[in-house]
Ligand binder design. Structure first.
Ligand SMILES: Nc1ncnc2c1ncn2[C@@H]1O[C@H](COP(=O)(O)OP(=O)(O)OP(=O)(O)O)[C@@H](O)[C@H]1O
Length: 876
């Protein structure tokens, strides 16, 4: 059997061959259709119906489709599920194709590849987060990382060794990472660890020589030296980015800002594990909720929120930089009135960066222009308010970028209506009075409409049919409509000279007239003309906006800086935070420090948070012992968070703090299996501890929680012991080391610079009460059994554990030689069933309480009951 491939299927297959790794969304009228394996995969991923359309090679062709107007939502679902989408559009009107012959297929082509790192649509992006696309390149032993947020156009690049790649990617959390195909398998683990998609590109994409030329042409400069002196590897990484943007945007290059070289100003090094365990920008579950960022974010603009995220992800390491940022926050704190007015004004600002980028990519519309207009007005108000103040240096610099946009502001102010539509397609966004030709065309169009209203009454009178109506639809245009009963006389002489029959439907008959046709043409012409003028004006406004992209970007950055300073001041005031002293010493002293996230959780429960003192200045290492659940992990983390907050330029949750610059933070708190990589909990813990011991320098801050927990007691204790010695003698860093091995407390007396601290608890009537107070000294015991009881372990098990614990402790006191005998003594593995503990005697108070139905008590009876209970208790 010979199979004929339809011309349309032939076209589909040809286009699809160019995009084997993407789902091809093939435009057919109002739908995007998918065929073959794409249809099978997409229907499953999107939960839409899979159907068939024709046959190919003897088999049915699977097909599914989504409506064009709803496509954005489907893109997002597919991207989240790891697909990429090639969007194939109709490149001509179907009528054009028909002219070439009835069998001709409409020309189609892929106009865009939708991938995780190249999204620009507002609906697909989180306004308060960056969406980075990164590229990593290597030339010989040198590596470089470049990254871009195409929704804002910000481009950065830095030298980055293979070793630093993981931590840097953890800092940026890009959605997609580009690497040369040759590196794909070696880097797969690092990239997938972060949950980013990896895309391999051919080696030529990273060629630094052709890349440099390409970059020069994108930026319209003769040499990249204008932006800094880039190494060949940095150019190679940037070239990879630009090449990929070319492929995915099909030559429609997004607006790119000049590349900024990072790395000049050192930032605090925080590796991926530490970021995860401190939950800086993402909570353990992966979302923003519950992270430090979610608790401290008081910004009122999306750009301010993104700046906060950047700062929090990269705390500074220079006391002067930090001091300048703190000065901005302090200014905002002192000028409460100014701050409130500023925040109120900023609430009216829009996301200029993203609006600009959409306009430049031709995915924007009049509403994006209005966003820019409104923000320019906000900038004017902010600038005016600044005049009455002496601003600190960072804000003075920012304020300079708020002015100089009068022409654009006036242009947009005059040209646009107050609330323009999202799309330019249907017009209606240019304000009346801005363009005389447009006003004229609109007048004609509108007059035509009122003439039609007049014609309806004339025709009704002529035909003596008062119910006659003039209507409009897309097929017939304007027409006269009446019921079949009235229509008869209109089709007969003499009325049929005026009314020309067009169509008869079930209940209605439709007519036209020569005059109606004429007026319709006039309306259409005027309407079409008006739309043409609006489109032309749109293009020219867009050109003016894009030409001002540089200063507009600086303005957006300036507003973000104001927003962030005000937001941090708001936070400091509401939460009662203090300005930390930052210098180049090795001090670390925090008075009444708190954990902002736990504190907030406690507040929701109506429970207080106990503030604690920590000083790693004289004794740079604290060895923290204390029962389970006492608050050790909280204390460890809160001090690391305070260092991060302090160095990002924020105030900190404490009454006083003095921090000598911390260059690296390492945190190993809690462990989990990494089954995907075949590592047990203990293995993960050891790999991470090794990384700390190998990398921490004398400016590092290390927090280690319960090292060695995952193995046999003596192995664990020995590892913890040796680790602490190494930190104190080799790394010589500041550290807090929490352990449940109380034996380690003895080390503190032997090692210089190690001090014992403990989280206090009180024992009361066999129960533990957590005081959450950290003080110098050691814990006497771990209270594990009591905590287990609190957790609801069956009484039987708890009682049994107490017996075993007592016996073990006794054995310990009497020397190791007794161990075997001890095990024999204990009916550990004996078959004797353990008797449940005898029920405790019920007190008179409990007895009385058991008979009470609280809902039935009046307030007076309740009070009387309290007195009664009190007496019962005193009698007992
Ligand atoms: N300073 C504090 N003030 C008030 N409540 C606190 C404080 N620190 C901790 N908590 C409360 O105690 C709980 C347990 O704290 P955390 O996890 O830090 O204990 P831990 O000693 O590390 O326990 P484990 O050894 O079992 O891991 C917290 O979830 C919080 O509710």
């Amino acid at each position: 059997m010979t199979e004929t491939v339809t011309p349309m299927m032939a076209q589909f297959l040809e286009i699809k061959a160019g995009y084997p790794d993407a789902l091809l969304f093939y435009r057919m009228g109002d739908f995007y259709e998918m065929f073959f394996d794409d249809a099978v995969a997409a229907s499953a991923a999107l939960d839409i119906t899979l159907t068939k359309r024709g046959k190919h090679a003897g088999a049915d062709i699977p097909m599914c489709g989504v409506p064009v107007h709803a496509a954005e939502g489907y893109f997002l679902t597919l991207i989240r599920k790891g697909f990429r989408v090639a969007v194939c559009e109709q490149m001509e009107d179907p009528s054009e194709a028909k002219k070439r012959g009835s069998k001709s297929v409409v020309r189609r082509d892929v106009v865009r590849l939708v991938t995780p790192g190249t999204l620009t649509e507002d609906t697909l992006l989180d306004a308060r987060r960056h969406n980075y696309l990164a590229a990593y390149a290597e030339i010989r032993d040198e590596g470089a990382l470049a990254w871009v947020d195409i929704s804002t156009g910000a481009v950065s690049v830095m030298a980055c060794s293979r070793m630093r790649l993981g931590p840097e990617l953890a800092r940026l959390t890009p959605r997609e990472v580009l690497v040369s195909e040759a590196l794909e398998s070696e880097l797969a683990e690092v990239v997938s660890d972060l949950g980013a998609a990896m895309t391999g590109l051919g080696r030529t994409a990273f060629d630094s020589t052709s890349g440099e030329k390409r970059l020069c042409s994108v930026y319209g400069v003769a040499s990249l030296d204008a932006f800094g002196s880039f190494t060949r590897t940095e150019i190679s990484a940037l070239a990879g980015l630009v090449e990929y943007l070319d492929i995915t945007q099909k030559g429609n290059m997004p607006l790119l800002r000049p590349p900024v070289q990072e790395g000049d100003s050192p930032v605090m090094q925080i590796d991926a594990t530490t970021r995860r365990s401190l939950e800086l920008t993402h909570a353990m579950g992966g979302g923003r909720q519950g992270s430090l960022l979610s608790v401290i974010d008081r910004t009122v603009t999306a750009a301010g929120a993104r700046l906060l995220e950047r700062r929090l992800a990269s705390p500074a390491c220079r006391a002067d930089v930090i001091g300048e940022r703190q000065a901005s926050v302090q200014f905002m704190l002192e000028q409460g009135r100014f701050r409130e007015d500023l925040r109120e004004a900023l609430r009216g600002a829009h996301d200029v960066d993203r609006a600009l980028s959409r306009l430049a990519l031709d995915r924007g519309g009049p509403r994006d222009m209005a966003a820019i207009r409104n923000t320019l007005e906000v900038a004017d108000r902010v600038n005016a308010a600044c005049q009455a103040h002496e601003l600190p240096p960072v804000l003075t610099l920012a304020a300079r970028h708020l002015t100089g946009h009068d022409d654009l502001r006036d242009l947009l102010g005059e040209a646009l209506v107050a609330e323009p539509p999202v799309l330019s397609r249907d017009g209606g966004f240019i304000a009346p009075g801005y363009d005389a030709d447009l006003d004229e065309a609109r007048k004609l169009r509108d007059e035509g409409r009122s003439v039609i209203a007049g014609m309806q009454s004339d025709y009704a009178a002529l035909a003596e049919v008062p119910s006659l109506k003039i209507k409009h639809n897309n097929v017939l245009g304007y027409f006269i409509e009446t019921t079949a009963t009235h229509a008869e006389k209109m089709m007969a002489a003499p009325l049929n000279e005026t009314f020309i029959h067009r169509q008869t439907t079930a209940n209605q008959v439709r007519f036209t007239t020569v005059d109606l046709n004429e007026i319709e043409t006039r309306i259409l012409n005027a309407g079409g003309h008006a739309l043409d003028i609006e489109k032309r004006l749109y293009a020219s406004l867009k050109e003016s906006i894009v030409a001002a992209a540089g200063p507009l970007g600086a303005l957006a950055a300036a507003l973000a800086e104001f927003d962030l300073a005000a937001a941090l001041a708001d936070l400091a005031q509401r939460e009662n935070w203090c300005r930390p002293v930052i210098d180049d010493s090795r001090a670390f002293e925090v008075t009444a420090g708190r954990h902002p996230v736990v504190e907030q959780a406690q507040a929701r429960l109506g429970a207080p948070f106990v503030a604690n003192y920590c000083a790693l200045t004289e004794a740079p290492i604290w060895l923290l012992t204390g029962p389970n659940m006492a608050g050790k992990s909280t204390f460890l983390r809160q001090n690391a968070l305070i260092a991060v907050l302090a160095q990002m330029g924020s105030y900190v949750p404490a009454s006083e703090a003095h921090i000598g610059i911390v260059s690296q933070i390492f945190s190993r708190v809690g462990a989990s299996d990494d089954l995907a990589r075949g590592r047990s909990t203990f293995m993960v813990e050891m790999v991470e501890t090794a990384a700390i011991l190998n990398q921490a320098d004398d400016r590092a801050l290390v927090i280690l929680d319960e090292i060695g927990r995952g193995t046999a007691t003596y192995d664990g204790l020995s590892i913890a012991w040796a680790t602490l010695e190494h930190l104190a003698e080799v790394n010589r860093c500041r550290a807090i080391f929490a352990t449940h091995y109380h034996e380690m407390a003895a080390l503190a007396s032997r090692l210089d610079g190690v001090e014992n601290a403990t989280v206090t608890v009180k024992e009361w009537d066999g129960d533990v009460i957590f005081l959450h107070e950290v003080r110098k000294g050691t814990a006497d015991r771990s209270y594990g059994v009591q905590v287990a009881r609190l957790a609801g372990l069956p009484t039987q098990v708890v009682e049994r554990a107490k017996v075993v614990l007592e016996a073990l402790e006794k054995g310990e006191r009497e020397g190791g030689g007794r161990k075997d005998a001890l095990i024999d003594d204990l009916p550990l593995f004996s078959a004797t069933p353990v008797q449940p503990a005898p029920p405790q005697k019920v007190s008179a108070v409990e007895d009385r309480l058991a008979g009470i139905l609280p809902d039935e008590l009046s307030p007076r009876e309740a009070l009387a009951l309290v007195y009664e209970l009190r007496t019962l208790m005193d009698e007992a």
